[in-house]
Write a protein that binds this ligand. Structure first.
Ligand code: NDP
Length: 517
């Protein structure tokens, strides 16, 4: 048996008794001077950091990214510099809506956030297991998340809020279709693909820019549960995804993903028929095929969940030379909001925590702040410019200029946007079994939702594909003719007709009042 270490206070003083508190007499009361008890209780009170507002429940592991294909003509990033090059990484999976104690086997999008500890700084690819998202303008993000969280009055999740918001936001249809499909309820994190969803950019050594999307294809295969199977799983095990991932890695069955990119030359963005910076759209593989760049393997469980996963902080703003942003409005907003959330949740010095600390040297003029737990750069010069030999910029790391044009304004993000073709394409590629499951999942998720909201959403399904609308309408017992008539209306008329005070079945023949009437 190894010799046991002396138990101490947080300040290193040896502790003589960790069983009995200090009391005046055998029966108490406690003495105020029992600082060991006070320190223990006060530290316990502060054990939790605020949970993430979204993606609170997560699992993660360390691993390795290995380059398998030469893409140096597209990106000068050190991480891709040669075939066979390996880079350490940390991957955190999550569910989105549930709190930290939520069950894993729930219908939800899965977060897929990777930190690559590259030679030129940390590169974070903070994606999901879906290639698109519910909204395309960040102004709507907080509203959307409120519909996924608890109702302010009932403190329960509200299907009415979800379908009300989605049906008033047709750009969500693509993601709603994925969420309600078989893939919306994965068997575990090993069985999901990851997508950057956003468009990013590559920059090569000649300063040429390419627009790109990242795809991480699971090599374990896609595996999913039905709602009924998941209900049994949750009843038996709320940590099913955590357990599956942890145990696979413990026994050496390391999960792997094939890392691929789609690449679009910079100029093509101006003429391509889809806005390549719209987060609700994919780039069809037929137009931009997947190009493999490497293999990612997870092969080390965290030694301490809190230190390695709860304190891990991923942010799309972490880019490195050769990999950069795009004009995607959602990405632009996330560049601010992730780092901002980390500063609030785990403090301004979060980048120095072991899970977030780059493996390359870090030289900044940032100083002080709460919980500055490293050496705070000692006596080194803390201003710039200086003539003391402090760290200096290098213009070789500047990006080529990005052309932007247009008037600054609040542009209607729905104008001229086709929100129906891509969800329809997805529906049409599903097998009959997958379609049946999609209809059933939607019908179950719509239980208790008012008819006028169901009718509004059915119009969107019908527009994507009449068979999609009909399949759901039959299960939720809504009128198919009414759905087809609503699908013919302009969005303004559809919203107007289905608002609380105006909704009457079109089949009653009541005239449709004009919007604003
Ligand atoms: P493709 O036939 O080339 O690709 C279809 C893609 O759909 C495949 O990647 C497949 O993944 C994926 N898929 C199959 N079932 C589902 C599901 N239930 N939920 C989500 N994805 C699924 O066609 P296109 O590239 O033209 O895309 C057609 C539609 O496929 C798109 O509108 C989009 O909805 C969806 N899709 C497209 C992606 C893209 O980047 N182009 C990525 C993912 C989905 P797998 O290969 O693993 O079976």
């Amino acid at each position: 048996m190894t010799e046991r270490k002396q138990l101490t206070t947080a300040h290193g003083a040896p502790i003589g008794d960790n069983q009995n508190s200090l009391t005046a007499g055998r029966r108490g009361p406690l003495l105020m001077q029992d600082y060991q008890l006070l320190e223990k209780m006060a530290t316990f009170n502060r054990e939790r950091v605020p949970e993430r507002v979204v993606h609170a429940k997560g699992s993660g592991a360390y691993g390795t990214f290995t380059v398998t294909n030469d893409i140096t003509r597209y990106s000068k990033a050190a991480v891709f510099s040669e075939i066979g090059k390996q880079t350490d990484c940390l991957l955190r999976f999550s569910t989105v809506a549930g709190e930290r104690g939520a069950a894993d086997a729930e219908r939800d999008v899965r977060g897929f956030a990777v930190k690559f500890y590259t030679d030129e700084g940390n590169w974070d690819m903070v994606g999901n297991n879906t290639p698109v998202f519910f909204v395309r303008d960040p102004y709507k993000f907080g509203d959307f998340i409120h519909t996924q969280k608890r109702d302010p009055k009932t403190n329960m999740r509200s299907s009415t809020a979800m379908w009300d918001f989605w049906s008033l936001s047709p750009e969500s249809l693509h993601q709603v279709t994925i969420l309600m499909s078989d893939r919306g309820l994965p068997q575990g994190y090993r069985f999901v693909n990851g997508y950057s969803s956003h468009t990013y950019s590559f920059i090569n050594a000649d300063d040429e820019r390419f627009w790109i999307k990242f795809h991480f294809k699971t090599m374990q295969g896609i595996k999913t549960w039905t709602n009924a199977q998941a209900a049994d799983i949750v009843g038996a095990d709320r940590e099913s995804s955590q357990r599956d991932l942890f145990e696979a890695i413990e026994k050496g069955d390391y999960p792997k993903w094939r890392v691929c990119v789609q690449i679009m030359p910079e100029q093509e963005a101006e003429t391509y028929h889809i806005n390549p910076f719209d987060l609700t759209k994919v780039w069809p593989h037929g137009d931009y095929p997947l190009i493999e760049i490497g293999i990612m393997e997870l092969n080390r469980n965290p030694e301490n969940y809190f230190a390695d996963i709860e304190q891990a902080a991923f942010e799309p703003s972490n880019i490195v030379p050769g990999i950069s942003f795009s004009p995607d409005k959602m990405l632009q907003a996330r560049i601010m909001s992730y780092a901002d959330a980390h500063r609030y949740r785990i403090g301004v010095n979060y980048a120095a925590l072991p899970a977030n600390k780059p493996q390359c040297p870090v030289h900044t003029y940032h100083r002080d702040g709460k919980l500055r737990f490293d050496g705070n750069n000692g006596g080194a010069v803390n201003y710039e410019p200086n003539s003391m030999g402090g760290p200096a910029e290098d213009q070789r790391y500047n990006e080529p200029p990005l052309k932007v044009s247009g008037d600054a304004d609040r542009y209607d993000h729905r104008e001229g946007n086709d929100d129906y073709t891509q969800p329809g394409n997805l529906f049409r590629l599903m097998s009959a079994g997958q379609k049946a499951q999609l209809f059933r999942n939607i019908a179950e998720a719509m239980a208790g939702v008012p008819d006028r909201i169901k009718a509004r959403q059915l119009a969107h399904f019908y527009r994507a594909d009449p068979a999609y609308g009909r399949g759901v309408a039959e299960l939720v017992e809504m009128d198919i003719e009414e759905m087809a008539a609503l699908a013919d209306l302009s969005l303004a008329d559809l919203f107007h007709k289905t608002c609380e005070e105006n909704y009457q079945s079109l089949t009653t023949g009541s005239p449709l009042p004009a919007p604003g009437a």
